[in-house]
Design a protein around this ligand. Structure first.
Ligand code: ADP
Ligand code: MG
Length: 361
């Protein structure tokens, strides 16, 4: 096993180019620590598969190097990289039994039956395939076939990393949850480096210790699920993580105050003048509160309240700005006005979409 480093890697499917827009993957530097559980999260088309294929060797990057520890593997074919990759759709041998499918990667490397059998049985049990071991793979459901693919990826103990490219797409929703926790358990048990690609924040946040968020071919933040929630480094991360996402409103800064559409709030930290640059304040709906009109807070018009079971989500208008508020207490609000309470300790300031830090006043 090894640390995997991407050094100034960039990829253009059109070949070398001077036009930045040609690059599906913008220049990035990143090390995946041996044994880490990572999620690569971002919307469709942001470059996740491109990045994964560069690690596995299915793609040679237009620029930069891929290192496994100190060894440059940039041009090494996939077979020589000792990487397992699991794709969106099952890749199995239909004519073989489940046992033969799972055993294949080991048999191919000349392992004996005595080594293979216990490992196949162990994995089959973990994946819930033990009753189908001697059935032909072609007779199984799509779910079971994808479990075989997962098993084939996990069967070898000595891989450098296991790459999952949205592997639960074809899996039934209730099984998804179960498989995701099994993958997490397998990671704990075997300690492989795992990189799990998804566009689903719940999948990413439950699987990974560290989440890499991509947007438009670039990495916008690397952090723990908590970092992404509390301190989104980019407004995109704020929108993308959370349900509903972070409220992002235009503002102007004056020392430790932010002015939002005529209202002023004290931030408790001092910011430099942002001049003509795009300046925004981001506050998660969880950190807003709603009082009855006339109470503490800024006057808002309540546009609607959705009851989603666990809590209610209010859509409110502060002059021309609209925000979502998650209401934990069932404050009795009658009429269409309320008072919005903002927790300044959880307000983030963004200049040109990027988080900026304030200093103690
Ligand atoms: P994701 O996996 O995040 O959905 P991809 O890495 O597949 O994104 O794609 C990133 C960008 O590269 C997209 O704009 C996509 O259209 C483009 N792309 C992907 N594969 C190819 C290819 N083989 N040839 C040309 N463009 C591609
Ligand atoms: Mg993809």
């Amino acid at each position: 096993m090894a640390n995997i480093t991407l050094k100034e890697v960039a990829h253009s499917y059109r070949g070398e180019s001077q036009d930045d827009a040609d690059f599906a993957l913008k220049k990035l530097d990143l090390t995946w620590r041996d044994g880490g559980a990572y999620a690569l999260l971002g919307p469709s088309g942001c470059g996740k598969t491109t990045l994964l294929n560069i690690i596995s060797g299915l793609l040679i990057p237009t620029r930069g190097q891929v290192l496994f520890d100190d060894q440059d593997v940039t041009r090494l074919p996939t077979e020589k990289r000792n990487i397992a990759q699991i794709f969106q759709f099952p890749v199995i041998y239909d004519t073989m039994t489940v046992f033969e499918n799972l055993a294949f990667p080991l048999k191919n490397r000349g392992r004996t039956r005595a080594e293979i059998e216990p490992r196949v049985i162990e994995l089959a049990k973990m994946l819930g395939l033990e009753n189908d071991l001697y059935s032909r793979a072609s007779n199984l459901t799509a779910d079971a076939k994808q479990k075989i693919s997962l098993g084939r990826g996990l069967i070898r103990k000595s891989v450098n990393a296991i790459l999952f490219d949205e592997p639960l797409t074809v899996i039934d929703p209730h099984l998804k949850w179960q498989l995701r926790s099994q993958l997490k358990a397998l990671h704990k048990k075997f300690g492989f480096t795992m990189i799990y690609v998804t566009h689903d924040q719940t999948e990413a946040l439950t699987f990974a210790d560290e989440v890499i968020v991509m947007y438009g071919g670039a990495i916008v933040q690397i952090g723990t699920p908590e970092d992404l929630f509390e301190r989104p480094a980019h407004t995109f991360v704020g929108y993308f993580i959370g349900s509903p996402g972070m409220n992002v409103l235009p503002c102007t800064l004056a020392g430790s105050k932010a002015r939002i559409d005529g209202f002023e709030i004290e931030l408790g930290r001092t910011y430099r003048e942002s001049g003509s640059r795009k300046t925004e304040i981001g506050i998660r709906p969880e950190y807003l509160g709603l009082n009855p009109p006339g109470g503490e807070g800024l006057p808002v018009k309540i546009l609607k309240i959705d009851d989603i079971g666990r809590h209610k989500i209010a859509r409110v208008a502060l002059n021309g700005c609209q925000l979502n508020v998650i209401m934990t207490e069932s404050a009795e609000l009658t009429g269409d006005m309320g008072s919005l309470v903002i927790d300044p300790a959880h307000a983030n300031i963004y200049i040109d979409e990027h988080l900026v830090e304030g200093s103690a006043p």
